[in-house]
Design a protein around this ligand. Sequence first.
Ligand SMILES: Cc1cc2nc3c(=O)[nH]c(=O)nc-3n(C[C@H](O)[C@H](O)[C@H](O)COP(=O)(O)O)c2cc1C
Length: 191
Amino acid sequence: MKFHELAEENRSVRRFRETERITGQQLLTFIDASRLAPCGANLQLLRFTPVTSGENCARIFPALRWAGYLDDWNGPVEGERPSAYIIIHAPVGERGHIPVDVGIAAAYIVLAARESGYGSCMIMSFDVNMITEAAGTKEGYHPFLVIALGKPGEETVLEEADGDIRYYRDAKDRHHVPKLALREIIVPVKD
Ligand SMILES: Cc1cc2nc3c(=O)[nH]c(=O)nc-3n(C[C@H](O)[C@H](O)[C@H](O)COP(=O)(O)O)c2cc1C
């Protein structure tokens, strides 16, 4: 698949076919892609926890906050929940490059997952204590981002934003994601 096509296809997915599991080996291939990503000063400070078992996924799920713009939806119901997670840990107290490094690492993971037919959603709104309790973390690190993964169980629609960037669901339960047009994000150089 060409890169632009992959980027177009790679919408965040929040409803999955939960019974279709992802192997730990598969998650490692996504993490291995992010290992090759650029990072500030090549320090490679991030650490990753792959989670695949139903039991461990059930411990992660209650800590997550889903889709802030969808007021009448409290997250995926049983049977539609993620079948795996990757938790990205960052060193406590480190600032500077870290948020950028996490974003790049996460982008590599979700694109590698999408290329293999899996959907994902990056989740930054979560209960840190619950995630640490459920998944553990390395000494001196804290969980920075959770990536939910699974076989997509919802249809997504990419569209051009018309004044409102909030995602929404239509009458057919499809998830729409409005993106600004290219012309709206270009800042021309000064004459
Ligand atoms: C840094 C970051 C944090 C996010 N946190 C959450 C979150 O806590 N919960 C959630 O449901 N989605 C979360 N998302 C997903 C965004 O809502 C999603 O990327 C955005 O609506 C655009 O949709 P798209 O990914 O399909 O382009 C997050 C995405 C990013 C990049």
